[in-house]
Design a protein around this ligand. Structure first.
Ligand SMILES: Cc1cc2nc3c(=O)[nH]c(=O)nc-3n(C[C@H](O)[C@H](O)[C@H](O)COP(=O)(O)O)c2cc1C
Length: 502
């Protein structure tokens, strides 16, 4: 399917016309550059929301972006340091977690993921210092810079010791994903006491992050990783499954532990606030939703059929999409709203909203024109994906206004990003605009924009997805098409071969 490239829309009315065609709403009413700048540079007070009385200096946030480039004992390499330096140089004042950092070895999404442990403390401290120093050099002050560390266990998507070997830790048998990822019928399920231990590991990790001077930790609940899987553990018996209160017990126990062990540390949560059924490659490699319920026990609808679990249950409802309707085909935000209201009660100060899971519906998480090698051709104009992020965030912000909310999924907007960002900020649909892939191709995007310099078009992320294709094929991530540091790396040849085979 061919979609018109965004750069082809030269005027707001052309852009609006396309929105009408697509039946979406992405606000772009703040047209004047000065007005956009004023909105994006407006400080964001943290007072009354968090433990520390602080102000975040502007409305740009750096989303967590890992590089699959740490050492196998969880330390940063020069590539990792360069990325964090760029985050600091960007002049964005909220650093949402830096990147996913595993709380213990078996929780790594890949053998090169960072870890927080007694052995890596000095390295993580250096990483934070690199970022702060670069930030100070770029804009002269760091007292309004707010830095978090994203703590994770990768759960179902853990590949801790071998890039090619999933060593999933699961909370329940998923009727589709167990087969898609070939877990086998007897794959063990984490027991309640193993979860109790893991909670302890998160609390220790948070305490370490506080010692390193991070302002907050993000207890990651997005993208199919363990925290997110809790939220769909509707069938799991016992204290961690079933009711929403039970599915949030992992989070609430960690927060209680942090309150007692590191009372000065703020807590945030990155949430996949809504989800759909997994997608599969359909005709002509186009993404399409997996059939639910599958037509026959041997259905090929999800490459590998369905699990015996499903055969036994003869289910018709799809209950495993947190924030999804009962068919997995649309959204019902009542549980995400209840989750966020519970976060307020727990004293959680800020949330970063994302969607879906990059392993089974990547177009939800990262609207893109070009798919990664393990993806599918976009089933919709990527603008629809951006509008979904913006409008779900709007609904959540309206229902839980006291939580500070950071949005995701804006990189696809390219040249239109500042105008949309300023408009959603003005409308109060979000408090801070997160940048992910744009940070890899063009980390100076916020600084150029806020300083009134013309945007450098050749650096703007065009969502080629090489930053995902590379790690999916065992290579470090980065912006291969646009960042000269990556363009000239040997991996570029391998990447070109992989792409030519598609
Ligand atoms: C290469 C790459 C690495 C990422 N690493 C992380 C991560 O460590 N933690 C996380 O929560 N999300 C991660 N994400 C998701 C991004 O933070 C972000 O949600 C996504 O790219 C959509 O935002 P964007 O449109 O600005 O890129 C990653 C995405 C990419 C492409």
């Amino acid at each position: 399917m061919n979609f018109r490239r965004l750069s082809a829309y030269k005027t707001p009315s052309e852009f609006q016309e396309q929105q009408k065609n697509l039946q979406i709403e992405i606000p772009i009413h703040v047209e004047q550059l000065e007005a956009q700048k004023a909105l994006l540079s407006k400080p964001l007070p943290l007072r009354e929301r968090t433990i520390k009385e602080r102000t975040i200096g502007n409305r740009f946030a750096v989303l967590p972006m890992e590089g699959w480039d740490g050492t196998t004992d969880g330390r940063p390499t020069e590539l990792t340091k360069a990325r964090w330096r760029h985050f600091g140089q960007s002049t964005a004042k909220l650093i949402w977690g830096g990147e996913a950092v595993a709380v213990r070895p078996d929780g790594r999404a890949n053998p090169n993921q960072l870890m927080i442990s007694p052995d890596t403390m000095t390295d993580l401290e250096e990483l934070k210092q690199i970022l702060s120093k670069a930030h100070e050099e770029a804009c002269g002050q760091t007292d309004d810079l707010y830095i978090g560390l994203q703590l994770t266990h990768s759960g179902r998507f853990a590949r801790p010791y071998n890039k090619n070997k999933l060593e999933s830790k699961i909370l329940y048998n998923h009727p589709l994903l167990d087969n898609k990822f070939q877990l086998g019928e007897h794959h063990p399920i984490l027991s309640d006491s193993e979860i109790d231990d893991l909670i302890g590991d998160f609390i220790i990790a948070a305490k370490r992050a506080a010692e390193l001077g991070f302002d907050f930790v993000d207890i990651k609940h997005c993208h199919g990783y363990l925290g997110h899987e809790f939220l769909s553990a509707v069938d799991r018996p016992g204290k961690y499954g079933g009711s929403l209160e039970n599915r949030m017990r992992f989070l609430s126990s960690i927060v209680a532990g942090i309150r007692s062990e590191a009372p000065q540390l703020d807590v945030g949560v990155r949430l996949s606030s809504a989800d759909l059924l997994p997608f599969v490659k359909g005709e002509n490699n186009l993404g399409e939703m997996a059939t639910w319920p599958p037509q026959t026990p041997n259905s090929e609808s999800l490459k590998g059929g369905i699990s015996s679990n499903l055969e036994k249950q003869e289910q018709t409802e799809y209950r495993y999409a947190f924030g999804g309707n009962n068919h997995g085909s649309g959204f019902d935000l009542s549980e995400p709203i209840a989750f966020l209201q519970a976060c307020v009660k727990l004293g959680i100060s800020l949330v970063c909203l994302s969607l879906g899971c990059p392993y089974y519906n990547p177009h939800l998480t990262r609207p893109a024109m070009f798919p990664p090698s393990d993806g599918y051709l976009p089933p919709e104009d990527p603008l629809v994906g951006v509008a979904r992020h913006i409008n779900i965030a709007k609904s959540l912000k309206q229902m839980v206004p006291s939580l500070l909310m950071v949005g995701s999924g804006y990189s696809y907007l390219q040249e239109w990003l500042p105008q949309v960002a300023a408009s959603v900020l003005q409308l109060g649909w979000i408090d801070s605009v997160g940048l992910g892939r744009m940070m890899l191709s063009y980390p100076q995007f916020p600084s150029d924009f806020l300083a009134g310099r013309e945007l450098q078009r050749k650096k703007i992320c065009r969502t080629f997805s090489d930053c995902t294709t590379a790690p999916r094929n065992g290579m470090v991530s980065g912006c291969y098409p646009l960042d000269p540091e990556y363009k000239n790396r040997p991996e570029m040849i391998e990447l070109a071969k992989i792409k030519s085979k598609k």
